[in-house]
Write a protein that binds this ligand. Structure first.
Ligand SMILES: *Cc1c(COP(=O)(O)O)cnc(C)c1O
Length: 382
């Protein structure tokens, strides 16, 4: 019998049945009062969840479109931006900004490490920066940035700079608080720690970000213009561009699940589970790429032990029942990336570790049966 295939990549993540059911609902017109009420409630709930007193935009598109929306609404051609990059997704902002004709300064960390806040502070003090971008968790490296500390520093040394946080692999797994952390723009994608199908992003904008948008006057971008969407977010019965009806429902169910668990409790669960997973996997010979002090809780980037072949190992994992992601750039062929975020539970993780043990043995790495699972279970019992 063929094994079940679990999708343990850093997004899309497994989608629970109650969310799948929302995706499968009968269509409604976007002007149907029932849908308008659902959309309105989602916008309000997401604003509350992330403590954002500005505006919340849950729209059709992926995380990358949200990156473009963040830059489009806060900068004009010729402005200077500071990009703090902890990996591949941090780097993605470079091209987005360059295409818009912005002056780009980049602080790029060695993979697995962070740029110290002190260094960001010095750079910010050296010039006038319209915006600063940081990925909370960079999916390519599994590094988690100290976003609250950076936010406090920006407010202190460069309050005119708009602080943009990429939460695509973090929001709803790592704890975030837009107003409380001094974040001006935060965005995420439906397919990561919200545990919904791909296709929707949510962007939160602080009052300061909204004021910046107003100060810009007309901007060249159309679909992602805050000014086009603000009236719709106020009254979702109006039309600008068709909302992703079923994704609105799916995100509403995901948000209900998060609120029911409690965001703090959900982040604590991610932390506990991640550390247990990372301990178990380290005992099997893998090395977690990210420094221990800056390790994400939503995924692990695991460097192979000597002699383990990437393609053979990942194909064996697939055959045994899980899909994982490969390494990127310099780490292609040298590591795999394991997502453990969203609505997965202890049983999914035990199964995942069991698959990894079996695949290791099939690939000739001697691992006692139950070793990773045993360590994980012991950690979880604490
Ligand atoms: C996945 C991801 C993105 C890109 O999101 P898409 O939905 O694939 O466009 C951006 N940033 C981070 C940190 C991500 O993990």
């Amino acid at each position: 019998m063929e094994t079940k295939k679990m999708v343990m990549i850093p997004g899309p993540t497994p989608v629970v049945k109650s969310i799948q059911n929302e995706m499968g609902r009968e269509m409604q017109a976007f002007g149907d009062p029932r849908f308008v009420a659902d959309y309105k409630k989602l916008i309000a709930d997401l604003g509350t969840l992330l403590n954002c007193s500005g505006a919340t935009f849950p729209l059709a598109g992926t995380g990358t479109l949200a990156m473009e929306m963040a830059i489009a609404n806060t900068t004009r051609r010729g402005d200077r931006v500071l990009i703090v990059s902890h990996g591949f997704f941090g780097d993605r902002f470079i091209e987005i900004c360059e295409r818009k004709g912005l002056e780009v300064d980049v602080l790029r960390a060695e993979w697995g490490k962070i740029i110290p806040v002190r260094e960001i502070e010095e750079k910010l003090k050296s010039g006038r920066y319209a915006a600063l971008t940081v990925s909370h968790v960079d999916t390519a490296t599994g590094v988690c940035a100290p976003i609250a500390e950076i936010g406090a520093m920006v407010q202190r040394v460069s309050p005119e700079t708009v602080y943009i946080v990429d939460g695509v692999a973090a929001t709803a797994g790592e704890f975030e608080d837009v107003d409380g952390m001094g974040i001006d723009i935060l965005f995420t994608g439906s397919q990561k720690a919200f545990g919904v199908c791909p296709g929707m992003f949510v962007l939160w904008a602080s009052r300061k970000a909204l004021a910046r948008r107003e100060a810009l006057g007309m901007i060249p971008e159309y679909y992602v213009d805050f000014a086009k969407w603000l009236p719709i977010m106020e009254n979702p019965g109006k039309y600008f561009a068709t909302p992703a009806v079923n994704l609105v429902w799916a995100m509403a169910e995901a948000t209900r699940i998060i609120l029911e668990e409690g965001y703090r409790a959900r982040a604590a669960r991610h932390l506990k589970n991640a550390r247990a997973m990372q301990k178990a996997l380290s005992a099997c010979g893998f090395t977690v790429l990210a420094d221990e002090a800056h390790r994400a809780v939503t995924l692990s980037n695991l460097v192979y032990p000597e002699g383990l072949d990437d393609v053979t190992f990942r194909n064996t994992l697939y055959d045994e029942g899980i899909t994982v992601a490969g390494g990127l750039a310099a780490y292609a062929g040298r590591m795999f990336r394991l997502g453990h975020m969203g609505n997965i539970d202890i049983n999914d993780e035990v199964a995942t570790l069991g698959v990894i043990e079996r695949a290791l043995r099939r690939c000739g790495v001697a691992v006692e049966p139950g070793k990773a699972v045993g360590i994980y279970m012991a950690e979880m019992a604490n």
